[in-house]
Design a protein around this ligand. Structure first.
Ligand code: C2E
Ligand code: CA
Ligand code: CA
Length: 562
């Protein structure tokens, strides 16, 4: 080392002694790069004294949580004789941690050799904490600690991208507390805030770690659920959310009761953007509100026609618990081969045995279940039950008679309906010709070619498909021509007047003739009198169904009769 270099280092050391920045000087020529000088600010910052530091390597500041990659990057800069700036978590002598902003600077002598390194160290823990706090505040709702809207939007957008690629089901729920204003205005905002906090806690407990939850504003929350595999599970989750809110809240020893309304959207129809899913869920949430609160509503991308009657309003919510409480039953109505007079199949018709209201007509609750999306779990239940009942009938009577199940358009439009159907039937080890399906015209009108393909798929595996309620809707004859159907079910309204009204009779005759020429069978629904039966026999209608033969009956009655 040249004497002028030594002088230079001496000068440097003296100069650095009193700067407020921690400075160390290490010997680059010695293999372990020992510290040869450290200033007072360094001792103050780290708690070490001169004796403990001199001759040691700087790694004495590192600890378990120090980032290994940062250490590697520092070593690389040292090897390459480079200037470098790093933020590294260091440990004081007493074990406490601090964020060290380290600037490395090589000391090169007049011969171009790196003899030493200068390390400037600054404790930036406060700044780092402040930054972290600011970023937390920018992304979180301060009352509940949940994400805020913009952070949720960002997170959802990112996660949706990969979920869509992986074809994963993502469910977005927008939850608004019912009558929150009453709490806020009546009991004060402090109670309101506390309620919101407790709600947030309950909601968090319902979610998996990878799900997202945010408070959007006042009493509105968003939940993004990734672990639902299907609509049924999404409904279950919505149900859990509502149930969790129904349990009494206690604030300042005062019991409080609230409920919530949920709008649900999901990424299954299109690969939608985050903000679109949020928007749809939010619209569906207002629908859930106007549907009577304490319920959920799926976004269908089309306005639901909301049922306004008070009965319907109450039924909505009761529907979801009814399934769990086993309040549904299947009744069976025989479909008779007119020529032979024998039972050819049964139609499964759902019944809701409400604990207080008694039997509720499917005509009343099926449309509600369709609006809320509950028809999906309900329809699945019907299919399962029908399969179980066919098995029981087989066992008890020794005969295999097919059962027809009504399929709602909402079920039929589900991408996975065909697979679910096959799964369920095979679960029961049933032959596919023992479960038939009845679909309505509305499905064919807006589903067009997709619906036709699906009907074709069902038929290709041996499942018979009937077009239900023919004549009540659009009834374009051209649909039937393009549909690969097995049967047409003529609506009761035509049969009713078939023996008194010539026009009705003419329509029935025309439909029967046309269907036959297309290779389709015709079922007449709602046959109540012998005289109606006579006319149908004359027109060569294939099958008849109605009170003349039997009302829909519980399974055990059907077994007894056969
Ligand atoms: P639908 O599919 O047209 O079922 C036939 C309806 O006509 C049944 O009403 C049946 O009880 C009634 N019916 C049968 N014969 C006669 C008769 O001779 N006279 C009169 N007046 N009525 C007769 P129900 O059981 O009340 O069902 C009403 C509708 O609810 C069904 O109409 C169907 O659209 C729907 N539905 C029933 N069960 C299910 C189900 O499991 N899933 C779905 N998606 N819809 C169902
Ligand atoms: Ca039907
Ligand atoms: Ca019908």
């Amino acid at each position: 080392m040249l004497s002028k270099d030594v002088d230079f280092l001496g000068l440097l050391k003296t100069g650095m002694s009193s700067t407020p920045v921690g400075v160390v000087l290490v010997n680059a020529q010695s293999a372990d790069m020992p510290i040869v000088f450290a200033n007072q600010a360094f001792f103050d910052m780290t708690g070490y004294c001169k004796k403990e530091v001199i001759g040691n390597n700087c790694r004495l500041l590192q600890g378990a949580a120090t980032n290994k990659n940062t250490v590697k990057a520092i070593n690389k800069a040292l090897r390459e004789c480079r200037y470098g700036k790093f933020s590294i978590l260091n440990y004081r002598k007493n074990g406490s941690r601090f964020w060290n902003q380290l600037t490395l600077s090589p000391v090169i002598n007049s011969e171009g050799v790196c003899t030493h390194y200068l390390g400037f160290q600054q404790d930036v823990t406060k700044e780092r904490e402040q930054e972290a706090l600011l970023s937390y505040q920018a992304n979180h709702d301060l009352l509940t600690g949940l994400l805020n809207r913009s952070a949720l939007d960002d997170a959802l957008e990112q996660r949706l991208f990969s979920a869509n690629l992986a074809n994963e089901f993502v469910v977005v729920m927008c939850l608004n507390l019912d009558e929150f204003k009453v709490v806020n205005d009546g009991l004060g905002y402090k109670v309101g805030n506390e309620l919101v906090k407790q709600v947030a806690e309950r909601l968090k407990r319902l979610l998996a770690p990878r799900d997202l939850i945010a408070r959007l504003n006042g009493d509105e929350f968003a939940l993004v659920v990734f672990d639902c595999q299907c609509y049924r599970q999404a409904n279950k989750k919505a149900h859990e959310v509502l149930e969790s809110l129904l349990k009494t809240f206690v604030i300042d020893s005062v019991p409080l009761h609230i409920s919530g309304s949920i709008g649900i959207s999901c990424n299954q129809r299109f690969n939608e953007r985050a903000y679109e899913l949020m928007q749809e869920a939010s619209i569906a949430m207002t629908e859930a509100k106007s549907a009577g609160r304490n319920t959920w509503c799926w976004s269908h991308g089309q306005p639901n026609n909301i049922l306004s009657s008070e009965v319907a309003v109450n039924l909505r919510y009761e529907l979801s618990s009814a399934l769990l409480d086993h309040q549904f039953e299947l009744f069976y109505q025989p479909i008779i081969n007119l020529n032979e007079g024998s039972v050819r199949s049964y139609e499964a018709l759902i019944r809701w045995r409400h604990p207080e209201k008694g039997l509720i007509s499917p005509g009343l609750f099926i449309p509600i279940a369709e609006q809320t999306g509950q028809i999906i779990p309900l329809g699945l239940w019907v299919l399962r039950q029908a399969c179980a009942d066919v098995l029981l009938m087989q066992r008890e009577t020794g005969r295999s008679i097919p059962v027809a199940v009504n399929i709602s358009p909402l079920q039929f439009r589900r991408e996975d309906f065909f697979e679910i159907f096959l799964d369920v039937v095979s679960e029961f080890d049933l032959s596919l010709d023992l479960i038939q399906i009845e679909v309505t015209e509305s499905l064919l009108i807006d589903g067009s070619s997709k619906a036709i393909d699906l009907v074709e798929k069902f038929r290709s595996v041996g499942v018979k498909v009937a077009l239900d309620d023919f004549g009540t809707g659009y009834s374009s004859l051209s649909y039937i021509r393009s549909m690969p159907l097995d049967k047409i079910k003529l609506d009761r309204s035509f049969i009713k007047e078939i023996d008194t009204d010539l026009k009705s009779a003419a329509i029935v005759k025309a439909v029967v003739d046309m269907s036959h020429s297309l290779g389709l069978k015709v079922v007449a629904e709602g046959v109540e009198t012998e005289s109606q039966l006579d006319v149908l026999a004359r027109y060569q209608c294939d099958y008849v169904q109605g009170f003349l033969f039997s009302k829909p009956l519980p399974l055990l009655d059907i077994i007894d009769r056969s």
